[in-house]
Design a protein around this ligand. Sequence first.
Ligand SMILES: [Fe+2]
Length: 390
Amino acid sequence: MPPYRQLGTIARKRHIAFPQAGGGFRGEGIHYEEVVTTAGFSRAYSILYHLRPPTRVRRVEPAGSLPVPVVEEPVLRHHHLKTGGLPPAGDPITGRVPLLTNADVTLWRCRPAQPQAELYRNAIADEVLFIHRGRGTLETMFGRLPFKPFDYIVIPRCTTYRLVADPEVSLEMLIIESAGSIVVPPKYLNPDGQMKLGAPFCERDLHGPAELITVVEETETPVMVKDGPRLTRYVLAQHPFDVVGWDGLVYPYTFNADDFEPLTGTVHLPPPVHQTFEAAGFVICTFAPRMLDTHPEAIKVPYAHSNVQADEVLYYVRGRFGSRRGVEEASITLHPRGIPHGPHPGTIVASRSMARTDELAVMVDTERPLQLTRQALELDDAAYPYSWLE
Ligand SMILES: [Fe+2]
């Protein structure tokens, strides 16, 4: 979880009357708490203070769906999905293209063609939006959160939001939708809950909302709620951003991949040194620009490996990826369990004279097998499994 944060005005104590000037809603004279709790009431929470009760719903109506059409593949094999050429479509919610999925995580790509039409809220999954291109502001009930290229935007479930992109550069994202809560790896925390000295990033690198959006007018507002593939439109009697203050540990935040401090050894260090986030059933790692291994005889690309208990996904963001040939920006490779993979022919020799790599990639390693969607199969390079031959 990110560190405790407070924004705006809050009550002196929890759950006591927090007076609202001018009589407030219905003349009750108070602000209205919304306690956002995780793991029942047992884990991290935040308390928001609204001008009106956040429970006032005028209409509930179906709003379609975002299906994840899984395909049954006849063989187990490596995949290379070239997603850079996906045509822009939809908005930052409706334009999401599902690619890989299991019970814990679904990976989507999104190149929206239009601004986000309605406020949105994922009811049953945390979301990580990795911003490949574009910048702007995530508008949320917790306030405004600016974002820029190579930010991970971590959005806890039930955060109502609108992604507002600056018009100059088209937005391009990888979206990681997680059934479990996204957390900073516990191995980076000391027993006092602080990120350890020597962890690859720290609290200063996590950026929360810096400015509230307090909508005072009573404005009827639709919010699209996603639970699994189903979309439901809630028409609220007021704007859900009528918040004057909040505090707690549950809020959206950004972490920029370029703030990841990579480790280099004398010989190759395995992927856990790149770990950035985790959730039940998978980890997210950042392959950041870094010095290459320094032993005079070091092989500077990874050894071939059989990840016998994980499926391994790489999303290639920027630079030349030392161990791969043929991948492009926005390529996704899937190396499933059951078959070894490793550096492509020629890359070992090519890396000998290099002291540094400028590669930037996001890795998602899953405990359960991933399945491809129909859309993923359409982007697949069928020759990829044979690309390790000379
Ligand atoms: Fe690997």
